[in-house]
Design a protein around this ligand. Structure first.
Ligand code: IP8
Length: 262
Protein backbone atom coordinates (compact mmCIF):
# COMPACT_ATOMS: atom_id res chain seq x y z
CA UNK A 1 0.00 0.00 0.00
CA UNK A 2 1.43 3.37 -1.01
CA UNK A 3 1.19 6.05 1.67
CA UNK A 4 -0.03 9.48 0.67
CA UNK A 5 2.96 11.15 2.33
CA UNK A 6 6.72 10.57 2.38
CA UNK A 7 7.83 8.20 5.12
CA UNK A 8 11.25 6.98 6.27
CA UNK A 9 11.94 3.88 8.32
CA UNK A 10 14.69 4.39 10.91
CA UNK A 11 16.18 1.48 12.83
CA UNK A 12 18.16 2.55 15.88
CA UNK A 13 20.52 -0.32 16.61
CA UNK A 14 20.68 -1.87 20.06
CA UNK A 15 24.37 -0.92 20.24
CA UNK A 16 23.41 2.74 19.77
CA UNK A 17 20.63 2.97 22.35
CA UNK A 18 22.37 0.72 24.92
CA UNK A 19 25.85 -0.43 25.88
CA UNK A 20 25.46 -3.92 24.51
CA UNK A 21 27.72 -5.87 26.85
CA UNK A 22 26.51 -4.18 30.03
CA UNK A 23 23.07 -5.45 31.11
CA UNK A 24 20.32 -2.82 31.09
CA UNK A 25 22.55 0.13 30.31
CA UNK A 26 20.81 2.89 28.38
CA UNK A 27 22.88 5.43 26.42
CA UNK A 28 20.83 8.39 27.67
CA UNK A 29 23.12 11.05 26.15
CA UNK A 30 22.96 9.48 22.71
CA UNK A 31 19.20 8.92 22.84
CA UNK A 32 18.86 12.58 23.79
CA UNK A 33 20.77 14.02 20.84
CA UNK A 34 19.26 11.50 18.39
CA UNK A 35 15.79 12.56 19.54
CA UNK A 36 16.58 16.22 19.01
CA UNK A 37 18.05 15.50 15.55
CA UNK A 38 14.85 13.66 14.59
CA UNK A 39 12.79 16.54 15.99
CA UNK A 40 14.80 19.15 14.03
CA UNK A 41 14.30 17.17 10.84
CA UNK A 42 10.54 16.78 11.38
CA UNK A 43 10.12 20.46 12.25
CA UNK A 44 11.77 21.39 8.96
CA UNK A 45 9.87 18.70 7.00
CA UNK A 46 6.33 18.67 8.46
CA UNK A 47 4.97 16.54 5.60
CA UNK A 48 7.38 13.68 6.20
CA UNK A 49 6.57 10.85 8.64
CA UNK A 50 9.14 8.80 10.52
CA UNK A 51 8.66 5.21 11.57
CA UNK A 52 11.09 4.33 14.34
CA UNK A 53 12.28 0.90 15.37
CA UNK A 54 14.91 0.13 17.99
CA UNK A 55 16.95 -2.95 18.73
CA UNK A 56 17.16 -5.09 21.85
CA UNK A 57 20.68 -4.24 22.98
CA UNK A 58 21.51 -5.13 26.56
CA UNK A 59 17.81 -5.43 27.44
CA UNK A 60 16.26 -7.92 24.96
CA UNK A 61 19.36 -9.82 23.93
CA UNK A 62 20.54 -10.16 27.50
CA UNK A 63 17.17 -11.52 28.59
CA UNK A 64 17.05 -14.05 25.73
CA UNK A 65 20.62 -15.22 26.35
CA UNK A 66 19.76 -15.81 29.97
CA UNK A 67 16.70 -17.96 29.12
CA UNK A 68 18.55 -19.91 26.45
CA UNK A 69 21.36 -20.76 28.84
CA UNK A 70 19.06 -21.72 31.74
CA UNK A 71 15.91 -23.19 30.08
CA UNK A 72 17.28 -23.82 26.58
CA UNK A 73 14.30 -22.17 24.90
CA UNK A 74 11.98 -19.18 25.08
CA UNK A 75 9.24 -20.34 27.44
CA UNK A 76 6.23 -18.34 28.71
CA UNK A 77 8.22 -16.86 31.60
CA UNK A 78 11.06 -15.83 29.29
CA UNK A 79 8.60 -14.31 26.79
CA UNK A 80 6.96 -12.32 29.51
CA UNK A 81 10.26 -11.08 30.96
CA UNK A 82 11.77 -10.24 27.55
CA UNK A 83 8.70 -8.33 26.38
CA UNK A 84 8.79 -6.40 29.66
CA UNK A 85 12.49 -5.60 29.22
CA UNK A 86 11.87 -4.36 25.68
CA UNK A 87 8.96 -2.20 26.82
CA UNK A 88 11.20 -0.77 29.53
CA UNK A 89 13.90 0.16 27.02
CA UNK A 90 11.20 1.57 24.77
CA UNK A 91 9.98 3.92 27.51
CA UNK A 92 13.42 5.56 27.80
CA UNK A 93 13.43 6.33 24.09
CA UNK A 94 9.80 7.45 23.95
CA UNK A 95 10.38 9.74 26.92
CA UNK A 96 13.29 11.47 25.17
CA UNK A 97 11.31 11.74 21.93
CA UNK A 98 8.47 13.48 23.80
CA UNK A 99 10.97 15.76 25.57
CA UNK A 100 12.37 16.70 22.14
CA UNK A 101 8.88 17.68 20.95
CA UNK A 102 7.94 14.66 18.86
CA UNK A 103 4.63 12.81 19.12
CA UNK A 104 5.70 9.16 19.41
CA UNK A 105 3.36 6.24 20.04
CA UNK A 106 4.67 2.83 21.07
CA UNK A 107 3.41 -0.15 19.12
CA UNK A 108 4.57 -3.36 20.82
CA UNK A 109 5.41 -5.72 17.95
CA UNK A 110 4.21 -8.83 19.86
CA UNK A 111 0.69 -7.37 19.51
CA UNK A 112 0.76 -7.01 15.71
CA UNK A 113 3.28 -9.63 14.48
CA UNK A 114 3.15 -13.43 14.81
CA UNK A 115 4.10 -16.52 12.83
CA UNK A 116 1.75 -19.14 11.39
CA UNK A 117 3.02 -22.22 9.58
CA UNK A 118 6.49 -20.69 9.79
CA UNK A 119 5.33 -17.59 7.92
CA UNK A 120 5.51 -14.09 9.39
CA UNK A 121 2.06 -12.47 9.68
CA UNK A 122 1.14 -8.95 10.68
CA UNK A 123 -1.72 -6.56 11.10
CA UNK A 124 -0.61 -3.04 10.15
CA UNK A 125 -3.98 -1.27 9.99
CA UNK A 126 -3.62 0.64 13.25
CA UNK A 127 0.00 1.55 12.57
CA UNK A 128 -1.05 3.17 9.27
CA UNK A 129 -3.83 4.99 11.10
CA UNK A 130 -1.36 6.41 13.66
CA UNK A 131 1.00 7.47 10.86
CA UNK A 132 -1.85 9.18 9.00
CA UNK A 133 -2.80 11.09 12.15
CA UNK A 134 0.71 12.48 12.48
CA UNK A 135 2.17 10.22 15.17
CA UNK A 136 5.68 8.78 15.04
CA UNK A 137 5.13 5.05 15.66
CA UNK A 138 7.92 3.44 17.68
CA UNK A 139 8.42 -0.32 17.37
CA UNK A 140 11.26 -2.57 18.50
CA UNK A 141 12.78 -6.03 18.22
CA UNK A 142 10.52 -8.25 20.32
CA UNK A 143 9.38 -11.77 21.14
CA UNK A 144 6.45 -13.15 19.16
CA UNK A 145 4.23 -16.24 19.03
CA UNK A 146 5.42 -18.65 16.38
CA UNK A 147 2.89 -21.49 16.02
CA UNK A 148 3.39 -23.54 19.21
CA UNK A 149 6.60 -21.88 20.34
CA UNK A 150 7.98 -18.37 20.81
CA UNK A 151 10.77 -16.64 18.96
CA UNK A 152 12.63 -13.36 18.60
CA UNK A 153 11.56 -10.97 15.86
CA UNK A 154 14.45 -8.67 15.05
CA UNK A 155 13.87 -4.95 14.61
CA UNK A 156 15.75 -5.32 11.31
CA UNK A 157 13.09 -7.70 10.01
CA UNK A 158 10.40 -5.25 11.12
CA UNK A 159 12.20 -2.48 9.20
CA UNK A 160 12.18 -4.51 5.97
CA UNK A 161 8.58 -5.64 6.36
CA UNK A 162 7.36 -2.10 7.00
CA UNK A 163 9.38 -0.72 4.08
CA UNK A 164 7.91 -3.35 1.76
CA UNK A 165 4.33 -3.22 3.01
CA UNK A 166 4.11 0.57 3.19
CA UNK A 167 6.13 1.13 0.02
CA UNK A 168 8.72 3.22 1.84
CA UNK A 169 11.83 3.85 -0.23
CA UNK A 170 14.38 4.74 2.44
CA UNK A 171 15.55 2.78 5.47
CA UNK A 172 18.20 4.27 7.76
CA UNK A 173 20.10 1.76 9.86
CA UNK A 174 21.67 3.70 12.71
CA UNK A 175 24.56 1.58 13.98
CA UNK A 176 27.80 1.86 15.96
CA UNK A 177 30.03 1.71 12.86
CA UNK A 178 30.61 4.38 10.20
CA UNK A 179 29.00 2.31 7.44
CA UNK A 180 30.02 -0.70 5.38
CA UNK A 181 33.55 -1.93 5.06
CA UNK A 182 34.97 -4.66 2.85
CA UNK A 183 35.80 -6.61 6.05
CA UNK A 184 34.56 -6.40 9.64
CA UNK A 185 36.22 -3.18 10.95
CA UNK A 186 36.01 -4.44 14.53
CA UNK A 187 38.28 -7.35 13.62
CA UNK A 188 40.45 -6.02 10.75
CA UNK A 189 42.27 -2.71 11.11
CA UNK A 190 42.87 -2.55 7.30
CA UNK A 191 39.14 -2.73 6.48
CA UNK A 192 38.22 -0.32 3.61
CA UNK A 193 35.19 1.96 3.80
CA UNK A 194 32.49 1.62 1.11
CA UNK A 195 30.48 4.72 0.16
CA UNK A 196 27.93 3.15 -2.18
CA UNK A 197 27.08 -0.36 -3.20
CA UNK A 198 24.37 -2.24 -5.06
CA UNK A 199 22.57 -4.91 -3.04
CA UNK A 200 23.73 -7.65 -5.48
CA UNK A 201 27.33 -6.85 -4.50
CA UNK A 202 26.72 -7.66 -0.83
CA UNK A 203 27.63 -11.30 -1.32
CA UNK A 204 31.23 -10.26 -2.07
CA UNK A 205 31.69 -8.79 1.42
CA UNK A 206 32.74 -10.75 4.50
CA UNK A 207 31.51 -10.08 8.02
CA UNK A 208 31.92 -11.96 11.24
CA UNK A 209 28.86 -12.46 13.43
CA UNK A 210 28.79 -11.04 16.90
CA UNK A 211 28.13 -13.82 19.43
CA UNK A 212 26.41 -11.39 21.80
CA UNK A 213 23.62 -10.62 19.34
CA UNK A 214 21.06 -13.41 19.08
CA UNK A 215 19.60 -12.08 15.83
CA UNK A 216 22.78 -11.80 13.78
CA UNK A 217 25.11 -9.42 12.05
CA UNK A 218 25.29 -6.51 9.65
CA UNK A 219 25.31 -8.96 6.73
CA UNK A 220 22.08 -10.57 7.87
CA UNK A 221 20.57 -7.11 8.30
CA UNK A 222 21.30 -6.24 4.67
CA UNK A 223 20.70 -9.54 2.90
CA UNK A 224 17.27 -9.73 4.50
CA UNK A 225 16.17 -7.01 2.08
CA UNK A 226 16.91 -9.40 -0.80
CA UNK A 227 14.85 -12.09 0.91
CA UNK A 228 11.88 -9.74 1.17
CA UNK A 229 12.35 -8.78 -2.48
CA UNK A 230 12.26 -5.03 -1.84
CA UNK A 231 12.75 -2.85 -4.92
CA UNK A 232 13.79 0.77 -5.30
CA UNK A 233 14.74 1.04 -1.65
CA UNK A 234 17.76 3.05 -0.59
CA UNK A 235 19.38 1.86 2.61
CA UNK A 236 21.63 4.22 4.52
CA UNK A 237 23.94 2.88 7.20
CA UNK A 238 25.23 5.51 9.55
CA UNK A 239 27.13 5.76 12.82
CA UNK A 240 24.71 7.07 15.44
CA UNK A 241 27.44 7.41 18.05
CA UNK A 242 28.59 10.52 16.18
CA UNK A 243 26.42 13.55 16.93
CA UNK A 244 24.81 15.11 13.84
CA UNK A 245 25.13 12.07 11.56
CA UNK A 246 21.48 11.03 11.66
CA UNK A 247 20.28 14.56 10.87
CA UNK A 248 22.77 14.76 7.96
CA UNK A 249 21.51 11.48 6.52
CA UNK A 250 17.88 12.52 6.87
CA UNK A 251 18.44 15.77 4.98
CA UNK A 252 20.14 13.82 2.20
CA UNK A 253 23.80 14.58 2.82
CA UNK A 254 26.09 12.08 1.13
CA UNK A 255 29.06 12.88 3.35
CA UNK A 256 28.32 10.28 6.00
CA UNK A 257 27.64 6.56 5.98
CA UNK A 258 27.15 3.99 3.25
CA UNK A 259 24.31 3.83 0.73
CA UNK A 260 23.09 0.43 -0.48
CA UNK A 261 20.66 0.48 -3.41
CA UNK A 262 18.06 -2.31 -3.70
O1 IP8 B 1 18.25 -6.08 18.29
C1 IP8 B 1 16.08 -8.18 19.12
O2 IP8 B 1 15.95 -7.09 18.25
P1 IP8 B 1 17.20 -6.59 17.37
C2 IP8 B 1 15.02 -8.10 20.20
O3 IP8 B 1 16.63 -5.55 16.47
C3 IP8 B 1 15.18 -9.11 21.29
O4 IP8 B 1 17.70 -7.77 16.58
C4 IP8 B 1 13.99 -9.36 22.09
C5 IP8 B 1 16.28 -9.73 21.57
Amino acid sequence: MKLSYACRVIKLGGSVVTVKDKPMSVRHDIIKYLSSELASFLNEHPNVRLLLIHGGGSFGHFSIKKCLSSVGAIDVKCFSHTSYMMMLLNTYLVNELIEAGLTPVSIPPHTIFWKEGGKLKYELGLLKEYLAKGFTPVLYGDVIISDNVFEVLSGDTIAWVLAKELDVNEIVFVTDVDGLFDKDPKVHSDAKFIETLRAEELKDLKFSTSDYDVTGSMMLKLTEGLKYGVKDVRVRIVNGLVKGNVYKVLVGSSTVGTVVEY
